[in-house]
Design a protein around this ligand. Structure first.
Ligand code: FDA
Length: 368
C-alpha cells in the first residue's frame, strides 16, 4: 500500500476540511469512510432534482466572516432564512418565540402586552434555582409558551419527562419582542446552491478517497498506510470501549416522495404533541425554493440509541462526561493520532463550529 502522510478516518466536514488544508500544505492524504458516501451527516441525496438532507435538516449559519468566506470558496449560498413553524394542539405557531407567536398564543399585538404576560407568568411559575428542565423553562418564559411549545417536544426529543432532564440543557430561551421569524441571529445564513455535496466535493478535489471502509475492520493495514491518523469516529470505539460506552440519542428518518407540488409550504415544521411520534417534518425543496411538480418530505423520529444505530446527540450528563474525560486523557498521550469532530470529541457542534475546529487543528499541525 502507498504511504500517505495522513490517513483521515471519516469523510464528514471535519475530515474533509482537515484533508483539504493538509493537501494545500503538500501533504498526501487518504480519506476513508465506512458509509457508502462522503460528506458525513451533511450529505444530500439528489432525488429527482431535490437535494434531500439524508441526516436531518442542515442550515448553514455563522457570525464568523472568515468561515463564511471559507465555505463560499466551494459553493454559492442562496438567501434561505430558517423560519420554522410548530404545530401544537392543532394550532400553528411561528418560531422562534416572537411577536407572531405571542399574537397566535394570546391575540395580543404589542410588545408591552406580550412582556406583561410573560413577566407575570415567570413571577407566578418561575423558580429561583431551577432543579430540572421544566423549572428552568418556566423560569425563562412562563407557563403558556412552555406548555404549548416546549414541554412535549422536548420530552419526545429526549424520551423522558422534562422534570427528569437537567436544567442546563436549556441555558437561554430567546424571546423576541419583534415580528421576526428568523431562527438564527447570525450575520450569514443560507443553503449551498447545489447542496452540501458541492462543498464536500470541492474540499476533497484531488484527494484519494475510499468509501465503504471501516477503520476497525482493517485497522492494522490502514494504520501502516500513513504516518499520522486523523480520527473523527467515536472515541470510545477507538479505545475498544475500555471505560464503557458513551451514550447518545438517536434519530430515525423516514423519507417520502410525493407526487404533489407542495406538502407543507415551509422547509421545517415541528410537531409538538406527544401523540404524534415524529418531532419534525422537513420538506427539502423549500430549502432551495424548488419549483418541481413533486416533493420529498422527511419525518424525523427521536429514538433510543444502541450500538448498531447512528449516534446523533451526545447525552451530556455527568456520567458520560466523566467517561469522555478518561478517553480524552488517553487520546492526549497519542503522538501520531489527531482526534477531532463531533464523535471523537463527544460534543454537539454546528457546521461552522466544526469547520473552525478543523481549521484550528490544521493550523496547529502545520505551524510546527
Ligand atoms: P460526521 O458525523 O458528519 O462525520 C464523521 C464521519 O466519520 C461519518 O461519515 C462516519 O461514517 C465516519 N466514521 C465514523 N467511524 C468510522 C470508522 N470506524 N471508519 C470509517 N469511517 C467512520 N449544524 C448546523 O450548522 N446547522 C444545522 O442545521 C444542523 N442540523 C443538524 C441536524 C441534525 C439532526 C444533526 C444530528 C446535526 C445537525 N448539525 C447542524 C450538525 C452537523 O451535522 C455537524 O456539525 C457536522 O456534520 C459534524 O461533522 P463531523 O465531521 O464531526 O461528523
Amino acid at each position: 500500500m502507498q504511504k500517505y502522510d495522513y490517513l483521515i478516518v471519516g469523510a464528514g466536514l471535519f475530515g474533509c476540511v482537515f484533508a483539504h488544508e493538509a493537501t494545500k500544505k503538500g501533504k498526501k492524504c487518504l480519506v476513508i469512510d465506512k458509509r457508502n458516501h462522503i460528506g458525513g451527516n451533511v450529505y444530500c441525496e439528489n432525488i429527482d432534482g431535490i437535494n434531500v438532507h439524508k441526516y436531518g435538516a442542515h442550515i448553514f449559519h455563522t457570525n464568523d466572516k472568515a468561515i463564511w468566506d471559507y465555505v463560499n470558496q466551494f459553493a454559492s449560498f442562496n438567501n434561505y432564512i430558517n423560519s420554522p413553524l410548530s404545530i401544537s394542539k392543532g394550532k400553528l405557531y411561528n418560531l422562534p418565540f416572537n411577536m407572531n407567536t405571542f399574537y397566535q398564543l394570546w391575540g395580543i399585538k404589542t410588545p408591552n402586552e406580550a412582556k406583561e404576560i410573560i413577566d407575570k407568568q415567570i413571577k407566578e411559575y418561575g423558580f429561583k434555582t431551577p432543579q430540572n428542565l421544566e423549572e428552568q423553562a418556566l423560569s425563562l418564559v412562563g407557563k403558556d409558551i412552555y406548555e404549548a411549545l416546549i414541554k412535549e417536544y422536548t420530552e419526545k426529543q429526549w424520551g423522558t419527562k422534562a422534570t427528569n432532564l437537567p436544567a442546563f440543557i436549556i441555558k437561554r430561551l430567546p424571546v423576541r419582542y419583534t415580528f421576526n421569524n428568523n431562527y438564527f441571529n447570525d450575520a450569514y445564513q443560507g443553503i449551498p446552491i447545489g447542496g452540501y455535496n458541492k462543498i464536500i466535493d470541492g474540499l476533497l478535489e484531488g484527494i484519494d478517497v475510499k468509501t465503504n471502509v471501516d477503520f476497525f475492520k482493517d485497522k492494522n493495514t490502514l494504520i501502516d498506510s500513513a504516518n499520522k491518523i486523523v480520527f473523527t469516529g467515536k472515541i470510545d470505539e477507538f479505545y475498544n470501549y475500555k471505560y464503557g460506552q458513551l451514550e447518545y440519542r438517536s434519530l430515525r428518518f423516514e423519507h417520502e416522495y410525493l407526487k404533489s407540488e407542495n406538502f407543507q409550504g415551509n422547509a421545517v415544521v415541528n410537531y409538538n404533541d406527544t401523540n404524534v411520534a415524529h418531532t419534525r417534518i422537513i420538506e427539502h425543496k423549500h430549502f432551495e425554493f424548488g419549483k418541481q411538480k413533486h416533493t420529498v418530505i422527511t419525518r424525523e423520529y427521536p429514538e433510543k440509541w444502541s450500538l448498531e444505530k447512528e449516534a446523533y446527540y451526545p447525552i451530556n450528563n455527568n456520567e458520560n462526561q466523566t467517561t469522555y474525560q478518561q478517553y480524552k486523557a488517553l487520546s492526549l498521550q497519542e503522538n501520531n493520532i489527531i482526534f477531532g469532530g463531533r464523535l471523537a470529541e463527544y460534543k454537539y457542534y454546528d457546521m461552522h463550529q466544526i469547520i473552525a475546529s478543523a481549521l484550528q487543528k490544521a493550523k496547529q499541525e502545520f505551524s510546527s
